[in-house]
Design a binder for this molecule. Structure first.
Ligand SMILES: [Zn+2]
Length: 331
């Protein structure tokens, strides 16, 4: 159940929202932004739930009718604004008219506020934002809008300036590890691994831990690069075919980089407590014996270089051919 007390990290933001409730200084509009899986929906929804909680405290009680109806998805004063089914993913001017402007003019059914949660609010068209602007300029006293967004720069400056802007930062590795350890069944040997891949997002860590595709991708990538040892240039170039299907996966080069980083820890520090991929520690130690520390560092750097190249939209196949040729070298 959503409560502020159960949220990991982002405590400054949570304090700001709790203070707004406590001091009765709730603004009419909030933009909560951050990457996929950063917890913006969780924070936005918890704020909405707390605003309507009948206990009137700074965190949801989870026992009152309002809290319970929110968790059941039928609180009469909380509305989710979405693009109409069958249309494109952008929120159009008609969606805003029908779901926001017409609705907000009617007083709350039961509670102090009427809360509108707009998911992917940055997908609002310019026309939709302009239509919404009128409501933002003169909102009814009870109206609260929570706009969830990945790219706040897509909002018109006029919309931005009328909202409280809250940016959710990625959590630290330690915070993610603590969360995973406390709230999930992920086995110990994989906790650090998922925390590392999650890049500060609990949502992403959980998603990956439940995704068989991610686990399969990781296996395929590790197999491809470990098989390069002792092979010729032709084999290395041809091996691109084993990883080509992951060309749009952001994690591809992270997985490769982490592989060599762990190998370097094994080689230099010779202690498995420094290895993140504990589930593979035996093979990491074995692999580390095949190369010099210098060679492993060069490989890790080649992975970072390839990652930068791909961000610049360099041809995937070419970039990977160069990388795999480098990764097959041993000295
Ligand atoms: Zn409550």
């Amino acid at each position: 159940m959503r409560t502020f007390r159960n949220i990991t990290g982002n405590q400054t933001i949570i304090k700001l929202l709790k203070n707004a409730i406590f001091y009765n200084k709730v603004s009419h509009a909030y933009i909560i932004s951050g990457d996929e899986g950063c917890g913006k929906t969780l924070i936005g929804e918890t704020f909405a739930k707390t605003l309507l909680c009948e206990e009137g405290k700074t965190d949801a009680c989870c026992n009152c009718i309002s809290c319970k109806s929110f968790e059941n998805g039928n609180n009469p004063d909380i509305f989710y604004v979405k693009p109409k089914k069958g249309k494109t993913k952008s929120i159009g001017v008609n969606d805003i008219r029908e779901q926001v402007i017409e609705n907000v003019s009617i007083k709350p059914y039961k509670y102090k506020y009427k809360v509108f949660i707009i998911e992917n609010a940055d997908d609002m068209t310019k026309e939709a934002q302009n239509a919404f602007l009128k409501t933002l300029e003169e909102p009814p006293e009870y109206g609260v809008f929570i706009l969830l967004a990945r790219n706040p720069e897509k909002f018109l400056p006029t919309v931005l300036s009328r909202c409280v802007n809250i940016k959710i930062r990625p959590l630290s590795n330690g915070e993610v590890i603590n969360y995973i350890r406390t709230y999930t069944e992920i086995p110990d040997e994989k906790i650090e691994l998922f925390a590392e891949y999650s890049r500060g997002s609990i949502g992403r860590a959980l998603m990956m831990s439940q995704s068989s595709e991610f686990i399969e991708m990781r296996e395929n990538i590790i197999n491809t690069i470990t098989n390069l040892y002792g092979k010729n240039d032709f084999y290395a170039c041809d091996s691109v075919k084993y990883i080509e299907e992951y060309k749009n996966e952001k994690g591809l080069l992270d997985i490769m980089y982490m592989w060599y980083r762990d190998m370097l820890s094994a080689k230099v520090l010779k202690d498995d407590k420094y290895i993140i991929q504990k589930d593979k520690k035996d093979i990491i130690f074995k692999e580390a014996n095949k190369y010099s520390a210098e060679c492993i560092i060069d490989k890790a750097e080649a992975c970072l270089e390839a990652k930068n190249q791909l961000l610049k939209n360099v041809n995937f196949r070419l970039c990977m051919e160069v990388l795999l040729m480098k990764l097959k070298e041993s000295y």
